[in-house]
Design a protein around this ligand. Structure first.
Ligand code: PLP
Length: 409
């Protein structure tokens, strides 16, 4: 998408607005597939929580992708999008037995990550095949906010509890058909990932009726030019070899599964905002935009760095700005950032706004959540309308307090 295309979207649908480039989503999907082309049975399950618009799910379905879901509602969204229940895996954390049962009835692959629920579910439904999520106690990323495989993590069944797990399986007569891990969010070092994979292989040996091994995700994407990213091609080559060796030793070909979110949609997304106010203080020039952490929380929540360009003045001289929002709260998107010279009314484009951006948006300050637009075959398609005041009121109940009187009346 060119700057001109983006400006046209902001013009047509207003701002702030999320725009996703379908072509980029498709090319990322194909890139992952081709990195693992030597695997007989590869399954990519797109992690719905990254970007859960139903049109995006329909696009993934069309590509042949499955879905990784973390709630009953995400499962229902996937089914609504036309994805077959056999291509959905449900990987919740700390949800009730009742919710898991409700999902199991829909024919979705269940993935359980604690022994208490494993035992309860296995006792009641020994006939339903279940995948287990292990915690290999390997930290793939550097940031503990987004690493979920380390020793104190709430995710997964510790590999030190495999003997206990096996006892539960034996006692309940349940069938474990998959082993899963998801070590966290930013894999930089492929050797660390491969090390964790060895632990998964070691665990898998104990289970005789497996159909798949799920290596989760955590592929790092570049946030700016020259940024390091997970070398998917190298990972593909090395893991494929180990996977094939494992299958040979196991005596059967298994499915190799991944469940990336960020890798597939992060770079496809741009978030367009308008600059309301340029405010020069004694130390800084603020560019205040018509958004805040109600629409894009990642910079404040994870400290993530989104490139920002002034698409209204792309050739402008670069100057230093602090880009902040309009929320009554500190909502700094970027401080002391070099951006093409900004005037009030200019449109800024945030990069990497495909994953965990709209899906984490809220109505804080009673603002509307922005529309979403999919750029597909050279055209802009609205895939979610901007909210309206009715959306803010929806579900609220206005009591009339007829018996309450103010004291000084
Ligand atoms: C969030 C999540 C993913 C996707 O992670 P990315 O970093 O977006 O690729 C995959 N699997 C599980 C279980 C998750 O919770």
């Amino acid at each position: 998408m060119t700057h001109q295309d983006l400006l046209q979207v902001a013009d047509e649908f207003g701002h702030p607005v999320y725009v996703y480039d379908a072509e980029k989503i498709i090319s990322q999907y194909n890139r992952l597939q081709s990195a693992f082309k030597e695997v007989k049975d590869l399954r990519i399950n797109y992690a719905v929580k990254a970007l859960s618009n139903i049109s995006v799910l329909r696009l993934f379905n069309k590509l042949g992708s499955g879905l990784d879901t973390v709630s009953l509602q995400e499962v229902k969204l996937g089914l609504e999008a036309g994805v077959d229940s056999s291509k959905i895996i449900y990987t919740p954390n700390g949800v009730s037995l009742e919710e898991i049962e409700e999902v199991a009835v829909l024919g979705v692959q269940i993935n359980i990550d604690n022994l208490s629920i494993l035992e309860q579910f296995g006792t009641k439904h020994p006939e339903v095949p279940v995948c287990i999520r292990i915690n290999p106690h390997v930290m793939a990323g550097g940031n503990t906010n987004i690493s979920v495989g380390h020793i104190d993590s709430k995710f997964g069944i510790s590999i030190h509890q495999i003997p206990h797990t096996l006892r539960i399986v034996k006692n309940t007569g349940m069938n474990i058909n998959g082993i899963h891990m998801h070590t966290g969010s930013d894999i930089l070092d492929i050797d660390v990932f491969l090390y964790a994979s060895e632990i998964l292989f070691d665990t898998a040996k104990h289970f005789k009726d497996l159909e798949f091994l799920d290596f989760g995700s955590g592929f790092k994407v570049p946030y700016k030019e020259g940024d390091i990213e997970t070398n998917i091609e190298e990972l593909g080559e090395k893991l494929t070899k180990r996977f094939k060796d494992f299958c040979k030793a196991y005596g059967r070909d298994l499915t190799l599964a991944f469940e990336p979110g960020k890798f597939l949609v992060s770079e496809a997304g741009k978030f367009l905002v308008k600059v309301n106010v340029i405010k020069q203080t004694t130390s800084t020039v603020f560019a205040q935009v018509d958004s805040g952490f109600n629409h894009l929380i990642r910079p404040m929540f994870y400290g993530s760095r989104h490139e920002i360009h002034n698409i209204s003045n792309p050739k402008g001289r670069e100057r230093f700005y602090s880009v902040v929002g309009y929320i009554c709260e500190t909502d700094t998107f970027a401080s002391n950032r070099k951006i093409e010279e900004i005037k009030e009314g200019d449109i800024l484009a945030f990069s990497n706004a495909g994953a965990y951006s709209f899906s984490m948006a809220s109505n804080y300050n009673s603002r509307f959540r922005p529309p979403e637009v999919l750029w597909y075959e050279g055209k802009a398609h609205l895939i979610r309308k901007r909210e309206t005041f009715e959306d803010i009121l929806r579900g609220q109940v206005a009591l009339d307090f007829s018996t309450v009187t103010a004291e000084n009346e």
